[in-house]
Write a protein of this length. Structure first.
Length: 180
């Protein structure tokens, strides 16, 4: 759980870094302030949800340890509470047990689907973060290359300017001699 927590926080940190890069020149990335703010809120919400899930899991572990109940113990406790309530309403225990089993199975299945969907979304998010990182590296490499080209061009311009000054002095000297 701790590794997953750090991994998720790391992914959200990468998104924060990407947003920080986009803030420097939002027009370059086709973003406006509203979109940047939506992305900041999303990462903030994601960080909050990760913390809540971690707290919930830890609280569940503590509760399980303190009561020494396994999954069956918790289920029996829930079933007992539901059975007491239902028997007061006059329903038969068999019917109630079946409803409870169906409800628990349905909820377990829904949670499993929800976790699988979250895993897929996190995988997509991770891939997006890696792509953004690769784009950043490519941009950096391109800027370094352009800087070298500009430095070479500056040196060539300086050399050409020196040659032009030399030629102009020679032309001025020749014109001075020709005029004399």
């Amino acid at each position: 759980m701790i590794a997953l927590d750090h991994s998720l926080n790391g992914k959200v940190d990468e998104l924060d870094k990407a947003i920080a890069v986009a803030v420097r020149d939002p027009a370059w990335y086709g973003l406006d302030e509203v979109e940047l703010e939506k992305r900041r809120r999303w990462t903030s919400t994601a960080r909050y949800q990760v913390a809540n899930i971690r707290k919930t899991v830890e609280a569940g572990k503590e509760k399980q340890n303190s009561f020494s109940l396994g999954t069956n113990g918790v289920r029996k406790e829930l079933m007992g509470l539901l059975n007491d309530h239902a028997s007061r309403a006059g329903r038969s225990n068999n019917y109630i047990n079946q409803d409870n089993d169906d409800f628990i199975s349905s909820e377990s299945y829904q949670q499993l689907l929800h976790f699988l969907k979250q895993d897929e979304e996190l995988d997509e998010l991770s891939a997006s973060v890696w792509r953004i990182g690769d784009v950043g590296v490519t941009i950096h490499d391109e800027l370094v290359g352009q800087g070298k080209i500009l430095a070479e061009l500056g040196m060539e311009m300086e050399t050409t300017s020196n040659r032009l000054d030399f030629v102009q002095k020679k032309v001025a000297l020749v014109m001075k001699k020709a005029g004399a």
